[in-house]
Design a protein around this ligand. Sequence first.
Ligand code: HEM
Ligand code: SF4
Length: 550
Amino acid sequence: MYQYSQADHQLLQERVAQFRDQVQRRLNGDLSEDEFKQQRLRNGLYLQIHAYMLRVAVPYGLMSSEQMRTLAHIARKYDRGYGHFSTRQNIQYNWPKLEDVPQILDDLAKVEMHAIQTSGNCIRNTTSDPLAGVARDEIADPRPYCELIRQWSTFHPEFNFLPRKFKIAVSGAINDRAAVAVHDIGLRLVKNDAGELGLEVYVGGGLGRTPMIGKLIRKFLPTHDMLTYLEAILRVYNQLGRRDNLYKARIKILVHETGEEKFRELVEAEWNEIKKTGLALTDADIEAIQAHFKDPDYETLSDFDEDFDAHLLANAEFAKWAEKNVELHKKDGYRVVYLSLKSRNQPAGDVTADQMDAIADLADKYSLSAIRSTHRQNLVLSDVKLKDLYELWQELKALDLATPNYNHLTDLISCPGMDYCSLATARSIPIAQALTERFDSYDYINDLGDISLNISGCINACGHHHVANIGILGVNKKGVEVYQLTLGGSARDDASIGKIIGPAFTADEIVDAVATVLDVYLDQREDEEEGFLTTYRRIGQEPFKEKLYG
Ligand code: HEM
Ligand code: SF4
């Protein structure tokens, strides 16, 4: 894990002192809320329906157990005893008091965390694969590249006030687990025919009211050129991105309006000017960062454990969990464990302070003191020994973190919606909970297999409904909250935007509507192997429409 340098520490301390002063001036009334806005947005602080909301950056979703304990402490001391993990791997607090925020940032700084660049029109926290460094299908570890991007983008003077926010994701594996296709820039580490490592560069993906899949503008960029190329893209965007219309300000609109070919030419021309500058990465630059992400001292273990197998046979509940929430690790005898934040007792992505403390203890005991957050709002213990799985499962079950549903129907993504968010047009948490209760049967969701169900409380699409196999969008129609269904979206390698199926449903109808969609799938699939998306793409919308609207 990256360890802060003295300069990093100083940077944070200075920032905390500066914000403490700004908050004091707001509290004194020297600054109006409007004047304060730009300052708070540079420190992750939003103003929501009931209170401020603080978004804390979790760089590429990686946390130490010590950091997790600080997050628990903040939830307990300054908030209402819980936090919410977002799809961009960050954590949000919904109830901080303005006067406490400088101290929260001070507490975070002590464990090398902050809330910088988690809001506002800047380059946001870079996201990545939650299995980085341990995945069996990995081409190269993306974390050093994320860290290089973090260092380059933090307080980059030229990109402090972009036309709009800017999100970057990096994936280093064959299977995309970081949704790179729906980011402003998505980077995928690949090897060329000569076996050299480089990057595929996708630009102009995004969700919101105009969802778009990113365009591949460079098939192979040597890793040494990563920062100069990013700088070139950001320069073109900063100069030409639309500042006249908030809804057209994201880079996806610029790429779309300029045309892919012309946009590529503009970037390449800019890049030619700067590619030989000091921003070009040397081997030494890359190796210095890679040194922070070396493999830990894994033990040499067998990939077979007699006790584990015996527990699988003796305990059906454990076997279900092991099948759904445990994944292979690149090292024999180790496994990756998903901690489901999608039990029926808590809103999706929420985690209590007590759970956070307990997770930190479990990470110390079983998984080299590290925890990761995922794009689908779950947590991961990445280095658990096969022989410890049964014991770990018992502890997770007691904490309500062992719902066996990873990548299944009830592992749904949901934004906070009208319960917290000032932009919401409908509630999403109660709908998510109604769905989780309705589809609580393990056998049923197991039969459905790998499927995604996402919910957003307004067209901004924080809940990624556009790229779910089944998406739900809450809208307000003449004062009534109604829910539109979209089908056929995907955030993976075969990324696609879902299509609206027809007129919206009321809050009372939407759960039945989802059940109907699932019935059609189960009825029409060729066999149990054919997943929802494949069936949908084969049969199209008609059979679903017919059953839903008669
Ligand atoms: C509660 C306060 C929040 C506010 C005010 C807010 C605001 C917004 C807005 C305005 C957009 C649309 C941006 C655009 O199209 O240009 C957006 C997009 C997005 N937000 Fe949020 N959001 C909030 C919470 C969240 C949460 C909790 C998550 C994760 C669960 C999240 C993740 C995202 C993602 C992934 C997108 C779409 C990707 C993109 O195109 O940028 N946001 N948000
Ligand atoms: S999708 Fe809308 S309601 Fe949900 S968090 Fe984003 S802005 Fe708020």
